[in-house]
Design a protein around this ligand. Structure first.
Ligand code: UD1
Ligand code: UDP
Length: 359
């Protein structure tokens, strides 16, 4: 059996690391296609090296451009690869433009598609990710949902239940594999001048926050205020860096430490050791929960509702710096309930088994 896996963005490399490890165990040939949507060494190469992901056979080096232009260029290149490789499956992850291009290319060639992280919804179609995942789900032959809520969302859109498999979350698998290793790497904290459980970790890259000056100001000025009480460290996504670089309104305090994007193991170390995580990332919300750290999501909605219900996460829409500051400070030391929504750490095995069975 041959599988073509399409990836392109940071969280997809991390998810693929767990699933790719399972293919050789079942004699499946995996051909990795990297669209090149993310291309800086610290947004791409570092994950392949650190997580032992096989080198992509193809890298289109598409890089950054407008949504339509980027997706169109990927579509053309992926189609060419699929015509040559003739795989039994195309495997896609999540909700990026690379996911949509992979799904469209495969669907037009009648190649079965397996979608990992199917069924997530924000119900906000202004998000590019919502459009991408709806399209990808409706084109897929087998939909691997991380949660029961995902299954419910898919059923309500008319997708037959026979196509849906709730397998758990592959990011949980990855955290189980690497979590304890990262926990040992405390030198990073010393280098950053941080003490365990006495700092806040911030990440921000969502288009709705970076491309809206009021929301961007609310987040960074709010966290600047928080830093007066507790240090804040922010590995800054290149999208966000672009907007902050020359912003005359932004004078970061010494205790708001902006650093370049970091590798997964360093990131997990910061997550483990932080007192609280403020984020608009999908993956980081879940990792906060995996490591039992309270989380504030700087958005109007989340796809990971079970974390809100479990008391691990709250939504703080970035409406003003005061809302953000008070929202973040109010959640320090607030733990949630014991819940187990993301499976048993064996989602990747279940995914590959199902693909081999052909159902
Ligand atoms: C993309 C995904 C988003 C995901 C995120 C993970 C889409 C529509 N969005 O958003 O769902 O949460 O990846 O991080 O696919 N840039 C660089 N170097 C890089 C990569 C990006 O400088 O290696 C800069 C460019 O200025 C680019 C901007 O970041 O224009 C945005 O990159 P892009 O891939 O378009 O979207 P992300 O915001 O990264
Ligand atoms: N991450 C990382 N280094 C960083 C920031 C994030 O390794 O500097 C990891 C993080 O631990 C998580 C994933 O990247 O596993 C989340 O990716 P991102 O926030 O870019 O995208 P999203 O999950 O929102 O799609």
């Amino acid at each position: 059996m041959k599988v073509v896996t399409v990836v392109g963005a940071r969280p997809q490399f991390i998810k693929a690391s767990a699933v790719s490890r399972e293919f050789p165990k079942r004699n499946v040939e995996e051909v990795i296609v990297h669209t090149g949507q993310h291309y800086d060494a610290n947004m791409s190469d570092i994950f392949f090296k650190e997580l032992g992901i096989p080198t992509p056979r193809y890298n289109f080096e598409i890089r950054s451009s407008r949504h339509g232009e980027m997706t169109g260029r990927m579509l053309e290149s992926i189609e060419t690869v699929l015509l040559g490789e003739k795989p039994d499956w195309v495997l896609i992850y999540g909700d990026t433009n690379s996911t949509l291009a992979g799904a469209l290319a495969a669907a037009k060639l009648h190649i079965p598609i397996a979608h990992v992280e199917a069924g997530l919804r924000s119900f906000n179609r202004a998000m590019p990710e919502e459009v991408n995942r709806i399209m990808a789900d409706h084109l897929s032959s087998i939909l691997f949902s991380p949660t029961e809520l995902g299954r419910k969302n898919l059923i309500s859109e008319g997708i037959p239940s026979t196509k849906i498999s709730v397998v758990g979350d592959v990011m949980y698998d990855v955290s189980q594999y690497y979590g304890s290793l990262a926990n040992k790497n405390k030198i990073l904290l010393q280098r950053l001048g941080l003490e365990e459980k006495k700092f806040i970790l911030l990440t921000c890259h969502r288009q709705e926050n970076t491309d809206n000056i009021d929301r961007l100001k609310a987040i960074f000025l709010g966290l600047n205020d928080v830093a007066e009480k507790m240090p804040v460290v922010c590995p800054i996504h290149p999208r966000t860096k672009k907007y902050l670089l020359d912003a005359e309104w932004f004078k970061p305090s010494k205790e708001l430490k902006l650093i370049d994007p970091i590798g997964y193991l360093d990131m997990v170390t910061l997550e483990h050791t932080s007192a609280l995580i403020a984020t608009d990332s999908g993956g980081v919300q879940k990792e906060a929960f995996f490591y039992e750290v309270p989380c504030v999501t700087l958005r109007d909605e989340t796809e990971w509702e079970e974390l809100i219900e479990g008391g691990w996460n709250i939504l703080v829409p970035p409406l003003s710096k005061e809302v953000v500051r008070d929202g973040v400070l109010s959640r320090l030391n607030r733990m949630g309930k014991k819940i187990f929504p993301y499976g048993d750490g064996k989602a990747s095995q279940a995914i590959v088994d199902a693909m081999v069975r052909g159902v």
